[in-house]
Design a protein around this ligand. Structure first.
Ligand SMILES: NC(=O)c1ccc[n+]([C@@H]2O[C@H](COP(=O)([O-])OP(=O)(O)OC[C@H]3O[C@@H](n4cnc5c(N)ncnc54)[C@H](OP(=O)(O)O)[C@@H]3O)[C@@H](O)[C@H]2O)c1
Length: 243
């Protein structure tokens, strides 16, 4: 058996990714809060692919539970994929620190807490892959979402350091930077069609790029060039813009 652990498994991107990995012959640990909501989803994957699919409760903000969560997996996973995220409300976060903290802790602190534990294990075993879903929002701070963006920027830097640390141990770390994706996180937004991916496209890109052992994925691919241009705009000009 070869298990992949997917955390934040109720996410639309995570669900598409879970289907993809099962289709390619991996067994699954799906971890989420209120994970029983995934019961029918898990049965459907197991029936279609004849893979072993396990549901495990995990709150990424309950840091003290992370070691036991990982130790209690019946078999060590071959890889881990995190799709945990919380966009939050930027305006609320500006005046309510508890919202700021929830955005930072969900997108950054919680993922770091769990990935630190898994990284130690993979490093000892000298194998494994780690995939973290960050965001293009972490490439440059914008007034519309800079609390979320700064947490994702921290996460991107964390994955970069982790990749560098685990290189000698042959553990592969992939940072995923989606642009717009049509999921429940963005359902209230009016997204430009040409720049917006479906969760299934993102999942397919993740699988392909992870299997190739690449370090970074922009998805859709066009976001690599969009962000290249956005990062080139000088700060004195950028501060005047509303993008
Ligand atoms: N959609 C986009 O345009 C976009 C763009 C760039 C990056 N991303 C990133 O892609 C990833 C997946 O997002 P998505 O678009 O698929 O949105 P989503 O469906 O809202 O997924 C986010 C997931 O994070 C989980 N989560 C939040 N707090 C948690 C906690 N305390 N413990 C455990 N799980 C928790 C949510 O669980 P519940 O279901 O229980 O709330 C949800 O399933 C996220 O990291 C997001 O930041 C998305």
């Amino acid at each position: 058996m070869s298990y992949v652990l997917i955390v934040g498994a109720k996410s639309d991107i995570a669900k598409a990714t879970a289907r993809g990995y099962a289709k390619h012959g991996y067994d699954l640990y799906l971890a989420a809060r209120d994970v029983q909501e995934l019961t029918n989803f898990a049965k459907d994957i197991a029936t279609r692919t004849h893979r072993d699919v396990n549901l495990i409760e995990l709150d990424i903000l309950n840091y003290d539970s992370h070691q036991a969560f990982y130790d209690n997996l019946k078999e060590e996973p071959l890889g881990v994929i995190s799709a945990v995220g919380y966009l939050g409300e930027q305006e609320k976060a500006q005046s309510d620190f508890s919202e700021t903290q929830k955005i930072i802790d969900t997108n950054y602190t919680g993922v770091v807490s769990l990935f630190n534990i898994i990284a130690d294990d993979f490093e000892k075993r000298r194998s494994g892959f780690m995939v973290g879903i960050s965001s293009v929002a972490g490439d440059r701070g914008r007034k519309s979402n800079y609390i979320y963006g700064s947490a994702k920027a921290a996460l991107t830097a964390y994955f970069s350091g982790l990749r560098n640390r685990l290189y000698d141990a042959q553990v592969h770390v992939l940072t995923v930077k989606p642009g717009f994706v049509a999921t429940k996180m963005t359902e209230d937004m009016d997204l430009p069609e040409k720049l917006t991916a479906q969760p299934e496209e993102v999942a397919e890109d993740i699988y392909k790029v992870q299997q190739k052992g690449r370090d970074m994925l922009y998805t859709k691919r066009i976001w690599r060039y969009v962000m290249m241009i956005i990062k080139m705009i000088p700060e004195w000009k950028f501060k005047e813009m509303s993008i």
